[in-house]
Each structure stands twice: as structure tokens, then as C-alpha cells.
Design a protein around this ligand. Structure first.
Ligand code: AMP
Ligand code: MG
Length: 397
């Protein structure tokens, strides 16, 4: 048997085959959290003129030290007055610095006497001090940002300052969730002891709901009948950019997902990865470029594979230029000496910044231990010890 492909390599191959969804013009308030689809070029220098970074007094260096009459005041948002030789003007943070001023002295560094100030002899005043120069952040026409980033608080500020009131953002990624299994009932049902309530549907919906750049379009449950699964998949492919299927992806007699995905005209990019949990996972590209992920049905497999591999797939479609950015790392406070020959997603709880402890678990069906964890670390095949290891929290950015 051919060795199983590494999850990161398989993911990279799949990401290469996927294209971002299209963009639309929206009002700024609708852009928040979504992915910017264009670059931002400065329409004016930043700042646009020399401004003061402090409240204080604008001066010429030749006039220092000594007593200076206060000749006037810079009104913020207005063209500054002239600075007469031998005098000073009062200035407030963000105010434009008069043309002949060479420095700003902080208010607390002078003695104020009504209509004059005294600059003490010992005070060191550097040329340009407390002056933010026109264009020091960026000149007009320079690139502020490439696209492919979420409109977060910093990006929203940059868009606004350069006059982008109706940015182009990518459409939200539409996600379809198909939960399979003859034994799986809706969460509000009373199962027999041989059945269970669906937890995967809510688990995936919660993951998608945690990002503003994707939305669940449809969630369905279906029994293990190939024709019924095929119909569900076709419908989801019609309506969604990404289809997440749980269960039915392994080698059992009732695992129809791989056949159904192939029958829908999708290209299967990988099936089976060297990871635990989640070994039978499948990744495919649908006929219209949709991403299809078949996730093994065990609840912790679904959570871990959706978090580790599903999120980058969603991010790629959402338009992020970095679909799979490096995760933070966590060191294990209590490492054991267990190791396996697969990439091992081990449940952890964070105890201090960058430090985690293992959460005891019975395996991929143990959603109780998962609920008590913050996420997982990914330990490479054959390795053990404190790490640090890449850490994936259940909450995503
Ligand atoms: P499968 O991948 O279909 O072989 O399912 C693997 C295991 O996950 C079985 O024990 C299933 O009962 C369980 N399982 C499958 N789907 C769900 C679900 N939606 N919620 C909870 N457990 C599930
Ligand atoms: Mg099943």
C-alpha cells in the first residue's frame, strides 16, 4: 500500500486548485470582516502636511532658550498661522505645523506665563522634534495594502483615510453541510440506545458562524443511500461554494461518499491522510470549482479536520492571500512519551500564554473531552515531548 499523504501537502495541492469567489462593491459597514478584493493606493500623503504629535508650542531653534511671546494659536483642521521670528504659537496634537517652525516643545516642558512662555536653558530640543512629517507614513500614489486581507479594524481605518468608502469585497463563501448516517437523528429527537443525535451539523455550523466572511447556506441530514446522497450533493453543489460532508467516507460497506463525489463529476484530490483523527478524509474539486471535503463522521475527527484543513479551504475561497497562515505555537506543560506514525492532533487546554496541557481523551468519538479543550496541537509522526507544536484553537480568526 502506498504511504498516506501528509495533510499539509494534500492541503497545498487542493488550495492550488481552488479560486476565490467573485467580488462586489459594498458600503463600508457591509465590508467589515469580509475579504478585501482590491489593492489600496494612497490618494494623498499620510499625513498630508507636517503635523504635531504633541500639545505644546511651535518654535524656531535659533530663538531658544528664553522667553517667547505667544503670537497665536494653530486651529486644528485649519491652515496654520505664520510663526513670527522670536515668538511661538500654541499648537495641539494633529494641528498643522507653521512653515517656519523647526520643532515642537511639549507643553509640560515650558513655563507658561499668560501671553508668553519660558523655554528653560537646560532643555534639549532636537530639530524636527514632535513633528510628524508630511508623507512619513506613505506618499501619495504608494501602495497601502494588497487585497486578500479581512477588513478588520486596522484595514477599515486605512480604507477610510484614503477615501475608499465603497470597497470591493469578496462574496461570503456559501457553505453546505451534509451529515450522513442511518444512525444519526436530528439533535431535538429522542434517540433509541442504538442511535445518536447529530452533533456534526452544529459543530460545523458553529465553525462557519465564527467567521464573518462565510455563511452556512444549507444543512441537511441524509441516510446512507447512494442515490439520496447524490441528490443532496448535487443540490448543495448548485447552491454553495464549499460542501462539507460528514460520515461515510471510510472503507465500510455503507461508506458511499467517495463514489457519490466522483459520480457528481468532482476530481478527488486526496482520500486518506496521515493524520489522527481524520485519516479517511477526502478532498475534491467540484465541476464548477466548488470545494468538497469528506470528513470522517466521528465528532472529534470532524472538528479537528474542519479546523486544520477546512478553514484554509474556506479562506482560499473567501479571497485571503494567505489561506493557511502559520498558527501560533504552544509548549506542552505535561508531555508524555506517546507517539504515533501519523500527524497527531492532540486535545489541549491553554494554561498560560504559549503553554498548554494535554486533555485526556478516549479518542475521536470522545466529544466530551473535546468540549473541555481549547483546541489541539499537531505533533508530527514519531515525535513526542514538549514541543513547541503548532496550536489550533476551536475559535478562529
Ligand atoms: P462514519 O464516518 O460514517 O463511519 O462514522 C464514524 C462514527 O462517527 C460512527 O460511530 C458514527 O456513529 C459517528 N457519527 C457519524 N456521524 C455523526 C454525527 N453527525 N454526529 C455524531 N456522531 C456521528
Ligand atoms: Mg456513517
Amino acid at each position: 500500500m502506498r504511504p498516506l499523504e501528509e495533510p499539509a501537502a494534500a492541503l497545498a495541492r487542493l488550495l492550488d486548485l481552488l479560486k476565490p469567489v467573485s467580488t462586489e462593491h459594498v458600503d463600508m459597514a457591509d465590508a467589515f470582516g469580509r475579504v478585501l478584493g482590491h489593492e489600496v493606493v494612497a490618494d494623498r500623503p499620510s499625513p498630508s502636511v507636517d503635523v504635531t504629535a504633541m500639545d505644546g508650542f511651535a518654535v524656531r531653534l535659533a530663538d531658544l532658550p528664553g522667553v517667547l511671546p505667544v503670537a497665536g494659536e494653530v486651529a486644528i483642521g485649519q491652515q496654520p498661522p505664520e510663526l513670527p521670528a522670536g515668538a511661538t504659537v500654541r499648537i495641539f496634537t494633529g494641528g498643522a505645523v507653521p512653515a517656519d517652525a523647526e520643532a515642537v516643545i511639549k507643553r509640560e516642558d515650558v513655563v507658561e506665563n499668560g501671553d508668553s512662555i519660558e523655554v528653560p536653558a537646560g532643555l534639549a530640543v532636537e530639530p524636527g522634534q514632535h513633528i510628524r512629517r508630511a508623507g512619513e507614513n506613505l506618499q501619495e500614489g504608494e501602495l497601502v495594502l494588497e487585497g486578500g486581507v479581512a477588513v478588520d479594524s486596522a484595514v477599515a481605518a486605512a480604507l477610510s483615510t484614503f477615501g475608499f468608502t465603497r470597497p470591493f469585497v469578496h462574496h461570503r463563501v456559501g457553505v453546505g453541510i451534509i451529515v450522513t448516517g442511518d444512525e444519526v437523528l436530528p439533535p431535538d429527537s429522542v434517540p433509541t440506545p442504538w442511535q445518536l443525535r447529530d452533533s456534526n451539523g452544529a459543530s460545523l455550523a458553529a465553525l462557519v458562524a465564527s467567521v464573518p466572511w462565510a455563511e452556512v447556506i444549507t444543512t441537511v441530514r441524509q441516510v446512507d443511500k447512494p442515490d439520496l446522497l447524490y441528490d443532496e450533493l448535487e443540490e448543495a453543489l448548485d447552491r454553495c461554494h464549499v460542501v462539507l460532508i460528514t460520515g461515510g467516507v471510510s472503507m465500510g460497506d455503507y461508506d458511499f461518499v467517495p463514489d457519490v463525489v466522483a459520480r457528481a463529476g468532482a476530481d478527488i484530490v486526496f482520500h486518506g491522510l496521515s493524520q489522527r483523527p481524520g485519516k479517511p478524509m477526502l478532498g475534491a474539486v467540484g465541476p464548477e470549482g466548488q470545494a468538497i471535503l469528506g470528513l470522517p463522521g466521528n465528532p472529534v475527527s470532524v472538528m479537528a479536520t474542519a479546523r486544520r484543513l477546512g478553514v484554509p479551504v474556506l479562506r482560499k475561497l473567501a479571497g485571503f492571500s494567505r489561506p493557511d497562515p502559520p498558527p501560533p505555537e504552544a509548549r506542552l506543560a505535561d508531555p508524555d512519551d506517546q507517539n504515533i506514525d501519523l500527524w497527531w492532533n492532540r486535545l489541549v487546554r491553554m494554561v498560560e500564554p504559549g503553554v498548554a496541557e494535554l486533555v485526556p481523551t478516549r479518542g475521536s468519538g470522545d466529544l466530551v473531552s473535546a468540549a473541555r479543550s481549547d483546541g489541539f496541537v499537531v505533533i508530527p509522526p514519531g515525535r513526542h515531548g514538549p514541543g513547541p507544536w503548532p496550536y489550533y484553537g476551536w475559535g478562529i480568526r
